[in-house]
Ligand binder design. Structure first.
Ligand code: GAR
Length: 215
């Protein structure tokens, strides 16, 4: 069982998907701590309801990004987690922090990376006229929304789609692929070679999920 911390800033629907997955019998990860930089994040309530410890580390209380990141690092070390999941965590973490957690920190982003890093991804996908959008779970590199890709899910963009309808459809996919990616990493089946991730098939005969990409 791998202990995990989830970092959030807002609604926490991805956090909820991870909480629900971790509640399943043979799920290999356990959420030990939820940290939010935003004291009003709705995700904090979700964590409390699930009996998970929460901590607010408000970036406004720190003079520098490094001080804020150090505080997060300390909280993570104190509770002894082995993995971090960023789930709608809207602060940029500095390179020192990211390197300390290299290949042990996952992020979910609402685009098919490396396209549309940053904010307003669905608006920009519509403007660019791409035919597909989607979401990506990746290991975090010091660059924004960058790093080895673990899994992605794509959805077709229809002529009548708006940024809102796309965001809703993409979020549904996020809730599927984030628990899948965490499961693969927690089972030790994920290897990073350069910028590429390889996924080892399960050892056990009865394992059915060997393809992380949902249909
Ligand atoms: C999700 O769509 C997530 O992909 C996005 O924020 C939303 C959080 O929703 N993250 C990013 O844009 C990170 N670059 P949630 O709080 O309901 O999980």
């Amino acid at each position: 069982m791998v202990d995990v911390a989830v970092l959030i800033s807002g609604g926490g629907t991805n956090l909820q998907a991870l909480i629900d997955a971790c509640a399943e019998d043979d799920f290999p990860a356990n959420i030990k701590l939820v940290i939010s930089n935003n004291p009003r994040a709705k995700g904090l309530e979700r964590a409390k309801k699930a009996g998970i410890s929460t901590k607010v580390i408000n970036h406004r209380d720190y003079e520098t990004r490094e001080d804020f990141d150090d505080q997060i690092h300390e909280a993570l070390n104190e509770c002894g987690v082995k993995l971090i999941c960023l789930a709608g965590f809207m602060r940029i973490l500095d390179a020192r922090f990211v390197n300390r957690w290299r290949n042990r920190m996952l992020n979910i982003h609402p685009s098919l990376l490396p396209s549309f890093k940053g904010l307003h991804t669905q608006e920009r996908a519509l403007e660019a006229g791409v035919r597909f959008t989607g979401c990506t779970v990746h290991f975090v590199n010091p660059e924004l929304d960058d790093g080895p890709i673990i899994t992605q899910a794509a959805i077709a963009i229809n002529p009548d789609d708006t940024a809102e309808t796309l965001a809703t459809k993409v979020l549904e996919k996020e809730h599927i692929i984030y628990p899948q990616a965490l499961k693969l990493v927690a089972e030790g089946r994920v290897r990073v070679v350069g910028n590429r991730v390889t996924i080892r098939e399960a050892d056990y005969a009865n394992e059915s999920i060997i393809n992380p990409i949902p249909e």
